[in-house]
Design a protein around this ligand. Structure first.
Ligand code: APR
Length: 258
């Protein structure tokens, strides 16, 4: 067992309420690209200003919609890796374990995590642009894709406005209820695990700093350093798919405080 796993288990030994704050690195070992990794990150290959803003969608609906359809198809085939399953296993180890994720791929829920707060929406929850009327993603199967650069978004049956992905675009507010719920969890928890995020995008990244400021044990799992790294109790330089199963085993080995 790695010294980091032993140290992490020590830090979490007496915790009763754990919050796990995840970013796209959590899904990297499931084959879902991150955003800012060199070469492989989405923003290394695509321009977020051209694809991930309401203005971009109004300017080029076909190009933006085709890109999200490509991402939607990619995550449908992704499977939660062992790190996701370890987080489900850890639910038995704590009185309360809440996942707060920036990810839109739905992999935490698909893995079976019981309490997941999606701060940046969901790539499978399509809705119409003007009124937010839900649009059943299964209807998108019919759309010919074949790598087309532009696909005209379907129109809402109820109001005729174009259908958009249910993700939070740059410049849009985060869903208020989810953000409030996430903040309440981080304010109340007694340990915080930060997995696979550069912690650069606010207000989501604020949550990691709340844990640091509160002085509770904060553990970061990330192969690379981030702005958080020098402020956390443990900067565990490993992938989520390796570290989380190790953490689950180390915690199983050390019984919870009675
Ligand atoms: N395990 C853990 N962490 C990993 C792994 C892995 N296997 N692979 C990469 N990482 C780390 C990277 O080192 C990086 O620090 O995951 C992090 C991914 O960072 P970003 O690509 O910036 O993704 P994220 O932090 O989730 O971005 C936040 O930015 O573009 C917006 O809305 C988007 O939710 C996203 C937000």
């Amino acid at each position: 067992m790695s010294p980091d796993a032993v140290r992490a288990a020590e830090l979490l030994h007496d915790a009763r309420h754990l919050v796990v704050f995840t970013g796209s690195g959590m899904s990297q070992e499931s084959g879902v690209p991150t955003f800012r990794d060199e070469e492989t990150g989405l923003w290394a290959r695509f321009d977020p200003e051209e694809l991930a803003t309401p203005e971009a969608f109004r300017r080029h609906p076909g190009r933006v919609f085709a890109w999200y359809l490509w991402r939607w198809r990619a995550i449908r085939d992704a499977l939660p890796h062992a790190g996701y399953r370890a987080l489900v296993e850890l639910e038995d180890r704590f009185d309360r374990l809440t996942i707060v994720t920036q990810n839109v791929d739905g992999l935490h829920a698909r893995a079976g995590s019981a309490a997941v707060i999606e701060l940046h929406g969901s790539l499978v929850a399509f809705r119409c642009l003007d009124a937010g009327h839900p649009y059943d993603a299964r209807r998108l199967e019919e759309l010919r894709h074949a790598g087309a650069e532009e696909i005209e978004p379907p129109r809402c049956d109820r109001c005729g406005s174009p259908v958009r992905p249910g993700v939070v675009w740059f410049g849009e507010p985060l869903p208020w209820e989810q953000l409030e719920a996430a903040r309440a969890e981080v304010d109340a928890c007694d340990a915080l695990l930060v997995v696979g995020t550069t912690a650069l995008v606010y207000p989501a990244a604020d949550l990691a700093w709340v844990g640091v400021t509160r002085g509770i044990p904060v553990i970061e799992i990330n192969p690379q350093p981030t702005p958080l790294s020098s402020h956390v109790a443990l900067a565990w330089r490993a992938g989520a798919g390796v570290a989380l199963p190790e953490l689950a085993s180390a915690l199983q080995a050390s019984l919870p405080a009675t």
